[in-house]
Design a protein around this ligand. Structure first.
Ligand code: ASP
Ligand code: MG
Length: 469
């Protein structure tokens, strides 16, 4: 079997955890699996690098985190294979080279004072380059051949820095050529997650949390049998346990449920993770390195439909509701088109849209960090309509949250919306806006942020999601 196993930041966060990863690699080799490992940066490292880049662009180039980052990686090396001088030297060399790179880039930034997404990627993606040699050496120290590989050699992307998209044909050719012979020869490649490179070789990243996506991109291009995503929770849950203490791990969900949930704030997966494996039907497992024998959640084309329709409830915070309203909008074509073009030009992503058929109001939910830009862009784009009083105003509210009920079997099952809104009504939670796509796999609603936890809890209870299905 060919299996891509991805380890997140917590799973490689310390010497002890990396030892656990190496152990899983040894077990895979014992089973005769062809294994590709994809690693994140050690937990917290990417955020430190992002901070360093920001500070450098404000003129402070000193990269103060350097000694601590170096110590963290080298201490882990010492603890994992300190008796093997060759391996320790190799890791030290790679770590120093990675940190030198960040140093030079920060220095450059402090001179130009301009932090472009391109330079941010070059800096933020370095954490994985520090972790991969450490993980590979830990595996090698257990007698299994292993080599760290930069994904810049494998994953070819477009040049949308900070959120790059893979180019599959080019990636397939590179990944097969580079990894195929290693796998045939029993070597375990440890690939840096999160990063890729343009066709010209300029480093890109796939967006924060992007190592999951790296794993499924490689899984698809290598025709893997499965992709395993190792994280620090038991799988995908019916709700965030911080909101709902009775939330439980789902044994199986479908690709579409996983995508809906990833998008809607269940932070287990990067929101694009499922896309690469979808057409080939490659199963994905979410597993817990703290509980390696647990079953986790299996993500497959069909999942395991819930008889009640709804499988999980999620909430998204740090979002804002932006409304364009005015009675003069009725029957005037093109307002929505102009509004959405303006939002797209700001590269702000729209999480939810709602317009009632009276056409008096169009509202969208965007990330709060985009709110001010979106409102300004809408006011500009609709200036003429505001002048003519077709539109009264563009307003925004950041004290809201979006709640979504998700499940494949919701499609075609009557009564689900009634149950959702009935539960909220009984609990006295006011619903500000509603949206359901025609796929019927998701009902999303906007509620005041202060009611979000309560809303998730009552819907979770209404569908008895805390009980074993
Ligand atoms: N290290 C990157 C991040 O923290 C990518 C990942 O962990 O998936 O966002
Ligand atoms: Mg993650």
């Amino acid at each position: 079997m060919t299996i891509v196993q991805k380890f997140g930041g917590t799973s490689v966060g310390s010497a002890e955890r990396i030892a656990g990863v190496a152990q899983l690699a040894v077990e895979a080799a014992g089973r005769g699996d062809r294994t590709v490992i994809v690693t994140s940066a050690m937990g917290g490292v990417t955020s430190l690098l992002v901070d360093a880049a920001r500070r450098a662009s404000h003129g402070n180039w000193s990269f103060d985190e350097r000694p601590a980052l170096r110590a963290r990686h080298l201490e882990a090396a010492q603890a994992l294979f300190g008796n093997d001088r060759v391996l320790v030297e190799l890791v030290r060399d790679r770590v120093d080279r990675g940190l030198d790179r960040v140093d030079s880039l920060c220095f450059g930034l402090s001179l130009v004072h301009e932090l472009t997404p391109r330079i941010m990627d070059a800096i933020s993606g370095t954490g994985e380059m520090l972790a991969a040699p450490l993980v590979a050496a830990a595996i090698a120290s257990r007698g299994i051949s292993s080599e760290a590989i930069h994904a810049t050699e494998l994953i070819v992307t477009d040049d949308q820095f900070g959120d790059a998209e893979p180019l599959f044909d080019a990636t397939r050719a590179k990944a097969e050529a580079r990894l195929g012979p290693m796998l045939d020869g029993g070597v375990i490649p440890v690939v840096t997650g999160f990063i890729g490179a343009t066709a010209d070789g300029v480093m890109t990243t796939l967006g924060r949390g992007g190592s999951d996506y790296s794993a499924t991109i490689l899984g698809a291009t290598l025709d893997a049998d499965e992709v395993w995503i190792w994280t620090d929770v038991d799988g995908v849950m019916t709700a965030n346990p911080a909101d709902v203490p009775s939330a439980r791990t789902m044994r199986a969900i479908s690709y579409s449920e996983a995508s809906e949930l990833a998008y809607y704030g269940a932070k287990v997966l990067h929101h694009k993770t499922i896309i690469p494996v979808q057409s080939a039907g490659i199963p994905v497992r979410i597993l817990n390195t703290m509980n390696p024998t647990g079953e986790g959640t299996r993500i497959t084309p069909e999942g395991h439909p819930s008889p009640t329709g709804v499988k999980a409830i999620t909430s998204i915070r740090n979002v804002s509701l932006v409304s364009v309203s005015g009675r003069g909008m009725q029957g005037i074509p093109g307002i929505a088109a102009r509004a959405f073009s303006a939002i797209a030009a700001e590269r702000a992503s729209v999480l939810m849209i709602s317009q009632a058929s009276s056409e008096n109001n169009i509202c969208v939910v965007v990330r709060s960090e985009d709110e001010v830009r979106v409102v300004r862009a809408l006011r500009n784009a609709l200036e003429f309509d505001i002048m003519k009083s077709h539109i009264d105003d563009v307003t925004s509210d950041d004290s809201i949250a979006v709640i979504a009920a998700v499940g494949d079997r919701m499609a075609g099952t009557p009564g689900i919306a009634a149950k959702v809104f009935g539960a909220l009504g009984e609990e006295g939670v006011n619903v500000i806006a509603i949206s359901q796509g025609s796929s019927e796999r998701n009902i999303s609603l906007v509620v005041p942020e202060t009611d979000a936890s309560r809303a998730v809890r009552v819907i979770h209870d209404a569908f008895s999601l805390g009980e074993k299905s």
